[in-house]
Design a protein around this ligand. Sequence first.
Ligand SMILES: Nc1nc2c(ncn2[C@@H]2O[C@H](COP(=O)(O)OP(=O)(O)OP(=O)(O)O)[C@@H](O)[C@H]2O)c(=O)[nH]1
Ligand SMILES: [Mg+2]
Length: 351
Amino acid sequence: MISQRLEAKVHEYQEWRNTLRQTITDYRDWLAKSQYSDAVQELRLYDVLEMLRRDQLVLAFLAEFSRGKTEMINALFFADFNQRLLPSEPGRTTMCPTEIFWDAREEPCIKLLPIGTRASDDSLTYLKTTPNAWQKFKLNIDSPAEMQAILRKLIEQKEVTQGEAEALGLYNPQDIGMTNALKTHGLLKIPFWRHAIINYPHPLLKSGLVVIDTPGLNTLGAEPELTLSIIPNAHAVLFLTATDTGITQSDMQIWNEYIKGRTKYKLVLLNKIDMLWDALKPKQDIANEIAKQVNVTAHQLGVSPDSVFAISAQKALVAKIKKMNPCSNKAALLSLKRYWETRLFKPNMRF
Ligand SMILES: Nc1nc2c(ncn2[C@@H]2O[C@H](COP(=O)(O)OP(=O)(O)OP(=O)(O)O)[C@@H](O)[C@H]2O)c(=O)[nH]1
Ligand SMILES: [Mg+2]
């Protein structure tokens, strides 16, 4: 129900954009027929139309590992497959930034950029225009099991020597996990892929929504284009924290370095509130504990408690798969929706 209303809202945004494009096209045609048109003005209108054609609503999920980013994306977009489609597991899971959108000119697929491309100076933007650099795997949307198997590529890793990791800019002597692995095995594990693109015909994605799933801190810092361009240019950043860990030092580092002063619209999702549910406690005590955690999170991040939404991505996924009414998430999802409607969908383009 909530996601249907969200779909309607994203669709409305797409309609607004299409109407604006049509109006500008009509204006340009009218100018061309009259004596008022000149080359500079025509070029400017062409630029505006191109900008509107390419415009998409980009939502980026950022957090330290295991806070539930991928689980949340599974709940929002892939619950209809009645299983956890994108790999979401305890510990580090997603190994490379993953953009999910729909481009009708292509079939449903996942495209993966090998990590070795980091050895060249080619930017991600350039590589996106170079199909040969990517490995493409078709997604059979009629077979969830096949899709699930192919999407496990997102968590692939490979072992390399310290020299090979250094050549790819992936060796960090401060990372205790890396130095320990080197001491014990003489090799390091690094992501197999640098970037992933999933082309998938979900109604929200068909309306021009782009979702970016990111891995935890270490991989996030390794891709300058992601941190300098893709994330700051996202229309909204969703920062996830979890009730079981509270705000850790690395959560704080991600917030301060990549989100706080660098993104326009941000909201905080306090995930895993189901971990506070306790059959032996009165409901009011649990509600008070959740409210307390929301306030503490807001205080630590320096935002208003209104920007912190208590959710359980996992229970939302389970509820959607089992076709239950996810009451406990409803309030949080409704307030999330209100936020999207009031702040995100306000057309704020300036020409
Ligand atoms: N109890 C509970 N577990 C959750 C919730 N959300 C996610 N999890 C679990 O937490 C683990 C990590 O979730 P992921 O979605 O893989 O976390 P992530 O933020 O994508 O982690 P990386 O991909 O490593 O960056 C998985 O086992 C999820 O099932 C939640 O709301 N409640
Ligand atoms: Mg993940």
